[in-house]
Design a protein around this ligand. Structure first.
Ligand SMILES: [Zn+2]
Length: 49
């Protein structure tokens, strides 16, 4: 049972990643450090709808 989510850069607010997550292991909004091609750096990416 996996849910589709979008990860958006918290610096430039662009949505860079589409992924899935398991709601059982991650009931909260996911926050991951990922590379943002717009900021050209690793930034914090948050789950959006
Ligand atoms: Zn960014």
């Amino acid at each position: 049972m996996r849910t589709r989510i979008t990860l958006a850069c918290t610096d430039c607010k662009r949505r860079n990643y589409d992924t899935t997550k398991d709601k059982k292991t991650h009931p909260e909004r996911m926050e991951t450090k990922k590379y943002c091609p717009f900021c050209k750096a690793h930034t914090l990416h948050k789950e959006t709808k």
